[in-house]
Design a protein around this ligand. Structure first.
Ligand code: DOR
Length: 291
């Protein structure tokens, strides 16, 4: 599935050019209570080894998403599972947004974003404190009926604690991982490349961190994991399953190329044949038993 932020609300070029029915699901851009204009430009700068972003959760606000964006997507693609991502500046904000999105006619699951590094309130500060993760997850779970995934941040020293907190709060699953908090400086201008200076780092160089964290969590916390972080080809997908993911999201690669998910899907079966892999789901169990 395209990761949150790489696919807008489905009203993007990638959706016009490709067959969305081949995807496992789509994850929409994170939605907040009120509309957000986002951070100063430049918000996104690509390098050969990854992407720096400080978008700042640009979105039209939950009411517009529920009234327009979601019904449009559902009408065009009735069989496509939709995961709505959400964030808030306080626990009660998150709950308001979650309650509004909790309509199984429109969404199939929620992804609670506790890991955006680019907003002063309503991002990573929720995801670095296990007690807050647990409290937030349980408050949301009290109010919604659709399954809840929590998207974790890599900007912590103990990822297992954070994953366990999401489970204790009642999450049905985890999305791992969001971007790494970073800074890139342009040697020519001698200034940070992003308008907001600091930002989230993603792309192939993030993959070993994602693989390590997923592998640690899958052995300790009994929850399904959607793997995300630096996947750009079929081998990366297989590596994510070997680490313990049972589904994957494509972020930076999809951002760079609107057909990335579909190229990876095309490559996947031949690559599985080449490596004698019968089914991806068997890989997850093999790793759990033999690690
Ligand atoms: O790196 C990120 N950028 N992660 C998020 O969760 C949100 C996004 C943004 O909008 O800044």
């Amino acid at each position: 599935m395209p990761a949150s932020g790489s696919f807008g609300f489905g009203d993007v070029k990638a959706a016009r050019l490709n067959d969305l029915n081949r995807l496992g699901a789509v994850v929409l851009k994170t939605t907040t209570k009120m509309a957000k204009k986002g951070n100063p430009q430049p918000q996104i700068v690509s390098f050969k080894e990854g992407i720096m972003n400080s978008v700042g959760l640009t979105n039209p606000g939950v009411d517009k998403v529920v009234e327009h964006k979601l019904p449009q997507l559902r009408t065009h693609y009735p069989n496509l599972p939709i995961i709505a991502s959400l964030a808030g500046a306080s626990i009660s904000d998150y709950c308001v947004v979650a309650e509004k999105l909790d309509n199984s006619e429109l969404v199939d699951a929620l992804e609670v974003n506790v890991s955006c590094p680019n907003v002063a309130a309503g991002g990573m500060q929720f995801g670095v404190d296990p007690l807050v993760i647990q409290k937030l997850t349980s408050e949301i779970k009290k109010r919604v009926a659709v399954p809840v995934y929590v998207k974790l941040t890599p900007n912590v020293t103990d990822i297992i604690e954070c994953a366990q907190a999401a489970k204790d709060g009642g999450a049905e699953g985890l999305t791992m991982i969001n971007t790494l908090y970073g800074l890139r400086i342009d040697p020519q201008t001698r200034k940070p490349v992003l308008g907001n200076k600091f930002g989230g780092w993603s792309g192939p160089s993030l993959k070993p961190t994602a693989i390590r964290m997923i592998c640690q969590v899958v052995h300790q916390v009994d929850l399904p994991i959607i793997g995300v972080g630096g996947i750009s080809n079929a081998q990366d997908v297989i590596e994510m399953y070997l680490a313990g993911a049972s589904a994957v999201q494509i972020g930076s690669a999809q951002f760079n190329d609107p057909a990335a998910c579909w190229h990876i899907l095309d490559e996947l079966e031949p690559e599985m044949d080449r490596l004698n892999i019968e089914s991806l789901s068997k890989l997850i169990n093999e790793v759990k038993e033999g690690f």
